[in-house]
Design a protein around this ligand. Sequence first.
Ligand code: SF4
Length: 235
Amino acid sequence: VTPAVVFQKLQRAYGPRGWWPITRAGKTSPEYRPDHYKPATRREATEIAVGAILTQNTSWSNVEKGLAALHEIGGVDFPKIRRMPAARLQKLIRPTGYFIQKAKKLKYFAQHVRLRGDVLAWLRKTPLNELRQDLLSIHGVGPETADSIMLYAGGRATFVVDTYTKRIGSRLGWYPAKSPYDDVKNFWIQRLPESVRVYNECHALLVELAKRACHTKPDCGACPLRRGCPVGREI
Ligand code: SF4
């Protein structure tokens, strides 16, 4: 199989994932929105960027608790995050774990946004490589967070790699599980059509596959890729 075939099979098996989940006005928890690939508003881009930082080393259900706490005090908003005392921000995002470091990261990010002006214009209009370098220069933003913010908050054509992308690709025999981030990213980008929709869905579908079947101990019987996978064929 190839990345394009994997994408097709997963799409057929699981359908559109609707990433990145967004909290609708007046609600406090984010919802998935299939077939929506560009954040339309500053509020949406802000929530996605904040969520991408909060999701580091934790599950999405914990991120939802942190986002809900921020929404309860009037919304996820960079000027508010900048002005808020650090201790209060830490308390609100406590359910997401590593809350002291994450509060610091959010404050650095909010400060950076102030220097860049409008968050949506910055994420949507800055040339791709320049934007990635700019994001990587912010304390607490590594390659996965930078690419998540670019793809999901900015609607930019970049591919997100995580532990699941490495695990699944290595089981399919494409690269070692410990390959560097950019090698894995380039592998997928070179083999998929250049498209925000495809990159958006493909990353989300790989996460779904890892949750449903390609666990640490794989459940290949439940996997739509089994016939094309050397590990699946052996079991
Ligand atoms: S067949 Fe098994 S090892 Fe291969 S991708 Fe599917 S779950 Fe993972």
